[in-house]
Design a protein. Sequence first.
Length: 435
Amino acid sequence: MSKLHAKLKKKIEEWRPRTTKLLKDHADVKLSEVTIGQAIGGARGVKCLVTDISYLDPMEGIRFRGYTIPETLKALPKVPGKEMPYVEGFQFLLLTGDIPTEDETLELVEEFKKRSKTPKYVFDLLKALPKDSHPMAMFSAAIVAMQRESAFVKAYNAGMSKMDYWEPTLEDALNLWAKLPEIAAFIYRWKYKNGDIIASDPKLDMGGNFAHMMGIGAPYDDVARLYFILHSDHESGNVSAHTGHLVASALSDMYYAISAMLNGLAGPLHGLANEEVLRWIQGVMQEMGGKVPSEEEMKKFVWDTLESGKVVPGFGHAVLRKTDPRYTAQRDFCLKHLPEDPIFKYVDLLYKVVPPILVEQGKAKNPWPNVDAQSGVIQWYYGLTEYEFYTVLFGIGRALGVGANVIWDRALGYPIERPKSVTTAMLEEAVGGKK
C-alpha cells in the first residue's frame, strides 16, 4: 500500500463519523433561505454543496485545504533547481489535507510516471478527428474514450461495499491524471505543429514532462507547474467543478465525470476568459500603435471604454474583494522572467490604473484583477500563441481538484444530486401574483 493510499484511508476513516453525525443529528438545520432571484439566477450564492478540498476566501483568495496560495507554494516540496513545487506533491495535499514530505512527494511522482503511458487507441482516435476540431472537444473525446479502462466499473460490476467505492475511484483518478499531460501535448503538437510529436521523458515530473512534450524550454516547466496548481480547484459551485461532481454523483466513473467537466469548462462564460482578455489587450495595443502608453494615456483609454458602455475584461470577481492571489502569483513570475515583454507592460499598466478608476466609477464590487487578467500573457510569451488551446491547460489543472473531490464524495457516501424544481406559476403565486 502506497503512502498516499495509507494516509488517505486513515483520513477517510476519521472523517466519516463527522459526516454521519451531521446527517443523523442535524439534517434539518437550515444553512440559508433561497430567494426567487437565486432560483432564476443560476442558484448563485445558495449554500448547498460541500467540499473540503478548497474554499474561496473573499479576502485571501482560494485556500487549498486551508492554505492560501502563497502558503501552498512556499510549503510544498520544490523540484530541484526550480522555483515551483511538484504538481504531484500538490495533489497529495489536495487528497489528504497534509503537506507531503519529500519522500511522500517523490513516491507519488513515481506513481504518476508508472501510470502515464496512454493507450495507442487514444492517439488513433485523435488522428481520426477532423484537424479543425476544437482542442477541448478532442481532449474530452480522448478522456471518455478511456472509459473502458475504469477500475471502478470493473469493481462495481463485480460487487463491492459502498464504503470501498473510493479506492477504485482513486485508481481511476491516478491513471487519468498521469496521462493528461501526454494527451494534451499530443493534441497540441498534432494540431498546431504538423504532427511533430515529442515522446515523453520518463525522467521528468509532471510539469517538466509536459513542457518537454510541448517542445517549450525552461522556465516553461515552472509555468506549467504553477498553472496546473493555480487552476486546480475553486470550490464546488463553478460550472466545471459542479458538472464533474454532478455526473460522478450518479456513480459514473472518473472518465465520464472529467470529460463532462471539460465540456462545461469549454463554455465562453467559464474557461475562455483568459483567451478573451488576451485578445482584448492585443486589440488595445493595436489601437495605440504598439507603443506602451503613459499612465495618463491609459487612464483616458479606460475611461473612454467604460463610458462607451463596455467593460475592461479581467477585472472583478463574484466573491473576491481584493486582487486575486492567482493573478499575483503569475504577476510575480512575469516581473522576474518577462518584465520587458510588451504585452506584460500593458497588463502591468492596467493593474495600476484600472482599479482606482473602477472605484471612482462606483459600479464594481471588486475593482481588482482576477486570474484571467494575467494567465494568457505568459502562455503567449513562451510561444503558445494558439488561443483556443489555453482552456486545455486549464482543464489539466481543474481535473486535479475535481478528481480529488469525487474521491472524497465516494468516501463519504454522498448521494446522487437531485435538486427540486418549481414552475414560474409557483413563483408568481409565492409573491401573490397570478396563479
